[in-house]
Design a protein around this ligand. Structure first.
Ligand SMILES: C[S@@+](CC[C@H](N)C(=O)[O-])C[C@H]1O[C@@H](n2cnc3c(N)ncnc32)[C@H](O)[C@@H]1O
Length: 228
């Protein structure tokens, strides 16, 4: 006997399946695109941009020698992980792209590299600093506070995290880099600072790395925050 579902249940099922489809399209788009451009990224991302090194120094200044720094969306490990290791700390790098991680492993074979989405990764206590550098804005903004709350939970009091967000208010969008399409979404700097305060963090640094130009560049804002 055929069972007919009420319209409401069919609608909910349809919405749920569309949400799941959207989620996996977004996730797969960025993963596939980073896998494709990893070798080009590796050549281009060969040094610090702006004051990145000073932000990292602010993280390392409160992380003991020999301690571990969690790097979510670590990419190829250059320049961030390389600098962290050169300063006597260890790196636990997490990334969804096999190719980016392969390059990171090649550079720094003694560090820990984990293939995972940031969304599903459950940080375990034991790190003294954390980075979400140019990676959080590849994830839907509604998930940012939860992700950051999990990272903050694993930090010791006085430990610091650094992250970037988009520098202007705008809806989610996709854009192209090296001919591949990437998904972006972000809370504003103000919204991000507000939820960091809710998570018992104090701002150490909050500044624009580049201002929105009203066109393709939506701006980028750097934050270093400390767990109280
Ligand atoms: C713009 S690159 C930045 C890499 C590195 N943090 C740096 O500063 O050079 C973004 C990185 O985040 C990773 N990423 C983006 N979304 C991710 C997600 N949802 N889960 C895990 N990694 C992600 C990408 O694979 C890529 O390696």
């Amino acid at each position: 006997m055929a069972i007919t579902l009420p319209d409401e249940i069919r609608t909910v099922r349809l919405i749920l399946s569309q949400c799941l489809a959207n989620l996996s399209v977004r996730f797969l788009m960025n993963r596939n695109s980073y896998n494709k451009i990893a070798h080009l990224w590796n050549v281009a991302r060969n040094g610090f941009f702006g004051r990145e090194r000073e932000y990292l120094d602010a993280i390392l200044s409160v992380a003991p020698i020999g301690s571990t720094i969690l790097d979510l969306g670590c990419g190829t490990g250059r320049p961030m992980a390389e600098y962290i290791v050169s300063r006597g700390r260890c790196v636990l790098g997490v990334d969804q792209s096999e190719e980016m991680l392969r390059l990171a492993r090649q550079k720094l074979p003694h560090e820990q590299w984990v293939l995972s989405s940031i969304e599903s990764y459950e940080p375990v206590e034991g790190y003294h600093g954390a980075l979400l550098w140019d990676s959080l804005f590849h994830i839907r903004r509604t998930e940012h506070e939860l992700i950051v709350s999990k990272v903050v939970r694993g930090l010791p009091s006085g430990g610091r995290l650094m992250l970037t967000v988009g520098g202007s208010a705008r809806p989610e969008f996709t854009d192209f880099m090296y001919g591949e399409e990437f998904y972006y979404d972000s809370n504003t700097p103000q919204e991000t600072e507000t939820f960091l305060q809710r998570l018992s963090c104090r701002m150490v640094i909050g500044e624009y790395m580049n201002l929105p130009d009203g066109g393709r560049d939506k701006g980028r804002y750097a934050i270093v925050a400390e767990k109280i």
